[in-house]
Design a protein around this ligand. Structure first.
Ligand SMILES: NCc1[nH]cc(CCC(=O)O)c1CC(=O)O
Length: 316
């Protein structure tokens, strides 16, 4: 196989959102590609793209609505040929991609756990009755209220830096962030520590970076194959099959986590009512290659337990 590699004169264009975390993820992708092909980083150009989700900061995400809030403009740039690859947090990605695009390259998964962040309280378990916590994640809100109905949850939008400032301003006394994001920003020190998945099951695909390309772009496909992490793909195949069968989007409180130990895949899944009044969960094991089947089965089982009405609030 011989492929024409990108060069400083004809760089590969890497599309990304402009947030510090998105840029860190784009740079990690660039550095892995440069290392794999012994290219200078100047053979790559990082192109910042503003999305609807970045532009609208004054409303809760669920009100702006729609799938692909943080991805639509980036995927359009890919389709238009303005960029060659797009780097995404897999947890923000819908299960299906637009016609003509492929999303099947993953970097090695970072820490998939949520982090507890608070200036005033050392741990989630120590939060006094009635503490005000901030999150814009429907999943974290529902999980917190399920375990701790006494807590007051307030909307907390913005990037990591914005959220930390809101804690300082005492808009809330604790918040939750993905460990992966903090690690990639070299900001793990702002967390009191990771939260065990037993206490807060992470979002499907949390901590994984995915790289999207045009389906018919063979050179890019060949290059991406060199940095793809197959173990991460195994985990995400199970988790995203679970999500797909639930027809999940960012409007639905869903959690899912796959892990492989000794050749066996363990999948934990959870669906909740947004107000935390009900939580349905499952925990099952299967041979590694059966992860997607296990994900679909688990989703159907939970949907069966939920019965009609569980997701009715979505229609409102
Ligand atoms: N919804 C925003 C988002 N998308 C991905 C991450 C973190 C990185 C990751 O999970 O890979 C975050 C921020 C957060 O949850 O703290």
């Amino acid at each position: 196989m011989s492929i024409a590699l990108p060069s400083p004169d004809a760089p590969m264009k890497i599309g990304t959102r402009g947030s510090p975390l998105a840029l860190a993820q784009a740079h990690e992708t660039r550095d892995r590609l440069a290392a794999a092909f012994d290219l200078p980083v100047s053979a790559f150009e990082v192109v910042k793209i503003k999305t609807t989700g970045d532009a609208v900061l004054d409303r809760p995400l669920k009100e702006i609505g729609g799938k692909g809030l943080f991805t639509r403009e980036i995927e359009q740039a890919l389709i238009d040929g303005a960029i060659d690859i797009a780097v995404h947090s897999m947890k923000d990605m819908p299960v299906a991609q637009p016609e003509g695009l492929t999303l099947d390259t993953y970097l090695p998964r970072e820490d998939m756990r949520d982090a507890f962040v608070s200036h005033r309280h050392p741990a989630l378990a120590d939060l006094p009755d009635g503490t005000v916590v901030g999150t814009s994640s429907l999943r974290r809100r529902a999980q917190l209220l399920w375990r701790r109905p006494d807590l007051t949850v307030v909307e907390f939008r913005g990037n990591v830096q914005t959220r930390l400032r809101k804690l300082e301003d005492r808009v809330a006394d604790a918040t939750f962030l993905a460990m992966a994001g903090l690690n990639r920003l070299d900001m793990a020190h702002v967390a009191r520590g990771p939260i065990s998945p037993d206490d807060m099951l992470p979002a499907v695909a949390q901590g994984a970076i995915g790289i999207e390309r045009r389906e018919d772009d063979a050179r890019t496909a060949d290059m991406l194959a060199a940095i793809h992490d197959a173990p991460t793909a195994t985990l995400l195949a199970a988790e995203r099959a679970f999500l797909a069968e639930l027809d999940g989007s960012c409007e639905t409180p869903i959690a899912g986590l796959a892990e492989v130990h000794g050749g066996t895949l363990r999948l934990r899944g959870e669906i909740l009512r947004p107000d935390g009044s009900e939580c349905l969960s499952d925990d099952a094991r299967a041979p590694v290659e059966d992860g997607p089947d296990l994900g679909r089965e688990m989703a159907r089982k939970l949907l069966g337990q939920a019965g009609p009405g569980f997701f009715d609030w979505r229609a409102a």
